[in-house]
Design a protein. Structure first.
Lengths: 531, 127
């Protein structure tokens, strides 16, 4: 019989039975949904009370174009937003910065000043719609802009529900939108968490992402282990500031992926919830049950999909949605079938949204909580995943802890090594990919031509530049300069940067100017380049 | 054969670049990796300094035409046009020919099998 391994590395048996779950203690390890250690899910009735939030990742071109796509998806039943920003915005460069050339409005929407965020959310009631902001190095100023827009809409601070990603450690490991060195970058993360915990009690000021690390190539167990290690690092950061764990931990959220083997994914989340609950309760002494809950967006990643015969990705997306639902997702997002080719078309976005809706409404997966509980296989797999995640956590400790592992580049090198191993397994056929390494058809080249390619609008770039120039001319220059000086002063000192940043944002200082005021104090990160 | 795998522009997705670098190294190439966010000028300077035969650019943000043109032009300006330029990443089919017309020798869009990349680079002349 062919040997089969989990992506996490351990072997999968052909049959499981009672002997495989003999070591599982129901009350201690599984419990009831909505109860510690939350193995079965963080809510008592899960989707019977409220189905997962559907939150497609959207953003391209100008804030105006993005606003129109937001409204299109909301008109089709999407109930929350997840904003994609272009690379200059993510890296603190204005659209007119020479380094931004060719990248403005490409992989997300361009934001230069508060005026752009006002336009992006025009006509969208921020007291009723929750908005994720996929922003990290620039999370502090972009979230400040969001808070300012909500304030201008007249929304009370305690009605604002936003989730800036604000997870810089995973940016150093995967995704790469770091700007400043590790220490000041962590300070910005903590400033935003502290400010939001005090002023915006319903915001989720950090979303810890295993997702991008998995997309960069790590295994399932590593994805969870690295996410948990990063969350612990942020908890320690806040404790070191003198905050009580229950003052911020209830608003920590997560962002993970669920592509691959369905049961392994489910086990990953069941084990992850258990480990997180224990970590917060036992290690960090959190007393509020909300602090123990691993709340997660679960979605797919583009790496689940294939470029060959792209329409097959629609089917893969449905399996991802099923895995995410069985995993107990609070929020779901799916990649679109055309991602390996282009910025998603509105048709591809709608198919992804419909996939989640069909899963929620028609499949019956939402009828009862954690339907796989008690399965010999899933419970044994959950225990095996837990053990493997603990081993990966121990290996992070051997690298000197997650922050040191990031600084030295050791963890980046491990992720790249795993990415290469994965590729070799695809080449050898050990990891089957339909129409890629097995059942390869002749239709692949034909299908290429059927993908609707996004037409990047060069005029949009010009419009963005004109708008920025107009705002620079109209604003009170002296007030901007004074606000930027205060940002620089705060960066030199220990004051929470959110206060002067918010002031600068409201004076229509540009993102690039605010980023530069901090760059002059913090300097820039030098990547430890390792292969 | 010596290859510089480089990440030009602002794109931070380096999985593909690193996987290709590993594969080329396993296939006997000498490989240098630039790290993220290098400017075309920095990449050309490193290519000349390291005396490579091939520069491989990895771009997933959509800015591949502009960035590849800058690298090709800068190599010409430095009298190093005999360094072959290849490009990988999210490259829509319609841009493959456009890249080749700029002087890019090979384009490896997302999904290209690693052995195909190795084979193509092995055929490139050593400088």
């Amino acid at each position: 019989m062919k040997e089969i391994n989990a992506h996490a590395g351990f072997p999968i048996a052909p049959v499981y039975g009672p002997e495989d779950v003999a070591g599982v203690d129901f009350a201690r390890d599984i419990g009831r949904p909505g109860e510690y250690p939350y193995t079965r899910g963080i809510h008592k009735h899960m989707y019977r009370e409220r189905v997962w939030t559907m939150r497609q990742y959207v953003g391209f071109g100008t804030p105006g174009e993005t606003n129109a796509r937001f409204k299109y998806l909301m008109a089709h039943g999407q109930d929350a937003l997840n904003v994609a920003f272009d690379l200059p915005t993510q890296l603190g460069l204005d659209s007119d910065d020479p380094k931004a050339e060719g990248e403005v409005g490409r992989v997300g929407m361009a934001v230069d000043t508060l005026a752009d965020m006002e336009e992006a959310f025009a006509g969208i009631p921020l007291d009723r719609v929750s908005v994720s902001l996929t922003i990290n190095g620039m999370a502090a100023p972009i979230t400040a802009m969001y808070y300012a827009v909500a304030e201008k809409q007249g929304v009370a601070a305690d009605r604002v529900v936003t989730t800036p990603q604000n997870d810089i450690l995973k940016e150093f490991i995967a995704r790469g939108t770091w700007i400043y060195p590790v220490d000041p970058s962590l300070r910005l993360v903590a400033d935003l968490i502290e400010f939001s915990a005090r002023q915006y009690p319903r915001s989720n000021p950090v979303s810890v992402c295993g997702y991008h690390i998995r997309e960069a190539g790590c295994t399932t167990a590593q994805e969870m282990a690295y996410g948990l290690a990063i969350a612990a690092a942020y908890v320690e950061l806040m404790l070191a500031r003198g905050m009580a764990v229950d003052d911020f931990a209830p608003r920590i959220s997560f962002n993970f992926t669920a592509w691959g083997k369905i049961f392994e994914e489910v086990a990953k989340f069941r084990a992850g919830r258990r480990l997180y609950a224990r970590m917060l309760r036992e290690r960090f002494r959190a007393a509020n049950p909300k602090s123990w809950m691993f709340r997660s967006l679960i979605g797919g990643g583009g790496s689940a999909f294939a470029v060959q015969e792209p329409e097959n990705n629609i089917v893969r997306g449905a399996y991802i949605a099923l895995a995410a639902a069985l995993s107990g997702a609070q929020t779901m997002a799916l990649p679109t079938y055309d991602e390996a080719y282009t910025i998603p078309s509105s048709k591809a976005q709608l198919i992804a949204l419909r996939t989640m809706q069909i899963c929620a409404e028609e499949s019956g997966v939402a009828d009862t909580v954690d339907p796989l509980a008690g399965s010999y296989y899933v419970e044994a797999l959950t225990s095996a995943m837990e053990k493997q995640i603990e081993q990966e956590l121990a290996s992070v400790e051997r690298m000197g802890g997650i922050v040191e592992a990031v600084r030295s580049g050791a963890i980046q090198a491990e992720v790249a090594r795993q990415a290469y191993l994965f590729e070799q397994k695809v080449l050898s056929g050990e990891i089957p990919r339909v129409a890629v390494n097995c059942h390869v058809g002749e239709a692949a080249a034909e299908a290429d031509r059927d993908v609707e390619l996004y037409a990047f609008d060069e005029k949009a770039h010009a419009a963005q530049l004109a708008k920025l120039a107009r705002i620079r001319a109209q604003r009170d220059g002296a007030a901007v300069q004074a606000a930027l000086r205060r940002v620089g002063d705060a960066a030199r000192g220990r004051e929470n940067l959110m206060y002067p940043i918010l002031e600068a944002v409201k004076a229509y200082a540009s993102l690039g100017e605010i980023a530069q005021a901090m760059r002059e104090v913090f300097g820039e990160h030098k990547e430890a380049v390792k292969l | 054969m010596k290859v510089l795998i480089a990440k030009p522009g602002l794109d931070g997705h380096d999985r593909g670049a690193k996987v290709v670098a590993h594969a080329l190294r396993d296939a006997g190439f000498e490989v240098v990796y630039s790290g993220l966010k290098r400017t075309p000028e920095e990449i050309v300077a490193e290519a000349i300094q390291e005396d490579v035969d091939v520069v491989g650019l990895s771009v997933l943000s959509g800015a591949h035409l502009l960035l590849a043109r800058r690298v090709v032009d800068a190599l010409r300006a430095q009298d190093a046009a005999d360094i072959a330029v290849v490009v990988g990443g999210i490259i829509p089919p319609r841009d493959v020919e456009a890249l080749k017309q700029l002087g890019v020798r090979h384009v490896f869009p997302m999904g290209t099998p690693l052995p195909e990349i190795v084979k193509a680079l092995k055929k490139e002349p050593q400088r």
